[in-house]
Design a protein around this ligand. Structure first.
Ligand code: FAD
Length: 318
């Protein structure tokens, strides 16, 4: 038992970014155990998905054709059967809404220890060492699972996405799904009201915080977002005030985002906020306080008043 089995995530016919991050996490782990990386995709257009998942570092892509969307019972059955066939040492699951739905059931069925919301993984002999964050990212803890095998759910945005086509073999896995054991039926996928935008998929985010002072000043930020063709997001106080819907909130109790560029405007950089955006490739901060924590993690820190800087940026990019 040295292989790693990772489970891809998809929604509404699209693979989610975490699927590619799982390939990277799986490869790093398999390099430690000396095994292969098996990446499985269950339900949806699995043949199309398999082409996209045949990534550098992935040895085998397993497809399980059954239904269009995620179904708890189908996933639990399919993953359990994949596990019994492949006999991997470790199973990696996204710490997503879907992943958190089925991971405990899979762990219970297979009698595997489980560790959730992992931000880093290491191996020491037969022990899996999982790093997790507590108290809004203020404290890191390590959990050691020495059962030899284990299941871990990995936090989205913590590993770089695997890129580049590999020479993965593709295996159509013939899972025997017991239909009598399917307790729920998924009839389709519907975004909640106001869920028109998924900020976790955006490449360029213009994000606003309490420094904006008043709701009407949001128009200025919208103009900047338009000029840059960027997506608008925010810190929690903006959502709490009802100025933007909850699906725009970045952070621990909001969404984890991994854009190429994150422009933090009038945001202090509290740990709960940083927990959601530290995976951005480039961080630009605009803040009147040079000692604001966001300035320490920014690649470009603009120490100035947003009401001066933002109009200048709009003029520059319009
Ligand atoms: C359990 C828990 C979960 C939480 N989850 C989240 C979460 O998911 N996301 C989140 O964001 N927060 C979250 N929070 C809240 C978090 O602790 C902070 O309170 C919040 O992030 C602060 O938002 P802010 O940076 O917009 O506001 P502030 O901390 O008030 O910062 C405003 C910033 O704007 C700057 N500023 C003011 N005027 C200007 C100007 N004219 N030009 C430029 N800069 C200016 C100030 O210098 C300051 O740095 C959570 C808190 C708890 C307890």
């Amino acid at each position: 038992m040295t292989d790693v089995l990772a489970i891809a995530d998809h929604r509404d016919g699209e693979l989610r970014d975490v699927s590619f991050e799982l390939a990277t996490a799986g490869r790093a782990l398999a390099d430690e155990t000396g095994g292969d990386v098996h990446l499985a995709v269950i339900s949806g257009p699995v043949d199309d998905f398999a082409d996209g998942l045949a990534l550098d570092g992935v040895d085998v892509v397993h497809t399980v054709e059954y239904g269009d969307e995620f179904n708890h019972d189908v996933y639990v059955q399919a993953i359990s059967q994949l596990y019994e066939t492949i006999e991997p040492q470790y199973v990696l699951v996204p710490n997503s809404v879907n992943g958190l739905d089925y991971a405990p059931a899979v762990a219970a069925r297979l009698d595997l220890p489980i560790v959730t919301d992992v931000v880093d993984l290491d191996v020491d002999g037969e022990t899996l060492i999982a790093t997790r964050e507590m108290y809004g990212g203020k404290v890191e803890t390590t959990t050691e699972l020495d059962a030899g095998t284990a299941l871990a759910t990995i936090r989205e945005g913590e590993w770089p996405a695997a890129e580049g086509a590999g020479e993965s073999s593709i295996d159509a896995f013939d899972a025997e799904i017991d239909e009598a054991a399917i307790g729920s039926t998924v009839t389709g996928f519907e975004e909640v009201a106001g869920g028109d935008v998924d900020i976790s998929e955006a490449d360029l985010l213009v994000s606003i915080g309490r420094g904006i002072e008043e709701e009407e000043n949001l128009d200025l930020i919208r103009d900047l977002a338009d000029a840059l063709d960027a997506t608008l997001s925010s810190s929690r106080p903006i959502v709490d005030a009802g100025w933007l819907p909850a699906n725009r909130q970045v952070g621990q109790s909001g969404k984890v985002v991994t854009p190429e560029v994150y422009i933090a405007i009038g945001i202090s950089g509290a740990v709960q906020h940083v927990a959601g955006m530290k995976g951005a490739d480039t961080i630009v901060a605009i803040n009147t306080d040079p000692n604001a924590p966001i300035m320490d993690i920014a690649d470009y820190a603009i120490h100035d008043d947003l009401f001066d800087v933002v109009p200048a940026l709009i003029e520059q990019f319009s």
